[in-house]
Design a protein around this ligand. Structure first.
Ligand code: ADP
Ligand code: ADP
Ligand code: ZN
Length: 213
């Protein structure tokens, strides 16, 4: 099953991807996570991406599309994958469609006021887990439930950058909703609810798809 999770920054794509990974055993591919890993490792790609990420702009397509193309050709993607944060503009969507067809695009729809609270309260662990200080806190403050690691805030999750990222979403990414709706594979999910309620809806949308296979 080839799925993309779609929605503005902070909609809950990464959070929902985790449940899909558990249920379907296919890998989550987050371009944001891949880029942050390159940054941590200090690779040339990472150095180049840093400035864009710090200001909340999109990293150039030459870099992101190549990185994705490599990732989805790896062996663990044989049964499918969940894209999280890709595609983010029309050229990325076209590049992807030249490689393969997606089975579904799950569009998580969330009010803008909620997005800012979600992002500014987000805390990350280097193992890939994500928490929220208010809505999804770890059992022990600042400590990851899964690996015991120290939680941190992403540099681009501060309010000034968040506004920029939302603007980039509106101007460059949001039009993909209509692009995928026209292809007939878009599933809108009301994301203004609890993590569990959303997850139930996402699973329902995906299981309908499975039956059709
Ligand atoms: P969010 O949680 O806001 O959806 P991500 O972790 O997906 O954030 O992305 C963080 C940053 O990484 C983006 O602001 C952008 O600079 C860069 N990035 C991630 N995915 C892409 C992509 N598909 N194309 C270009 N830049 C990307
Ligand atoms: P995205 O990957 O779309 O940027 P995340 O999955 O990282 O979004 O979620 C953003 C923040 O909001 C995280 O701190 C997460 O714990 C929290 N969150 C996710 N889904 C919900 C929800 N339904 N209600 C409240 N908070 C949520
Ligand atoms: Zn952890």
């Amino acid at each position: 099953m080839k799925i993309a999770l779609f929605g503005p920054p902070g909609a809950g794509k990464g959070t929902q991807a985790r449940y899909i990974v558990e249920r379907y055993g296919i890998p989550q591919i987050s371009t944001g996570d891949l880029l942050r890993a390159q940054l941590r490792e200090g690779t040339e790609l990472g150095m180049m991406a840093r400035g864009y990420m710090d200001r909340g702009a999109l990293v150039p397509n030459e870099v992101v599309i190549g990185m994705m193309r490599e990732r989805i050709s790896e062996e663990d993607c044989g049964e499918g994958f969940i894209l999280d944060g890709f595609p983010r503009d029309i050229s990325q969507a076209e590049a992807l469609s030249n490689l393969m067809d997606l089975d579904a695009v799950v569009n998580i729809v969330v009010d803008e006021s909620a997005l800012i609270r979600r992002i500014t309260g987000r805390r990350m662990c280097k193992c890939g887990m994500t928490y929220h200080i208010e809505f999804d806190p770890p059992a022990k403050e600042d400590t990851c439930d899964r690996c015991g690691g120290l939680l941190y805030q992403r540099g681009d999750d501060r309010e000034e950058t968040v506004r920029n990222r939302l603007e980039v979403y509106r101007s460059q990414t949001e039009s993909l909703v209509e692009y995928y709706r026209k292809k007939g594979i878009l599933k809108d999910i009301d994301g203004n609810r609890s993590i569990d309620e959303i997850s139930r809806d996402v699973m329902r949308a995906l299981s309908i798809l499975e039956v059709g296979k």
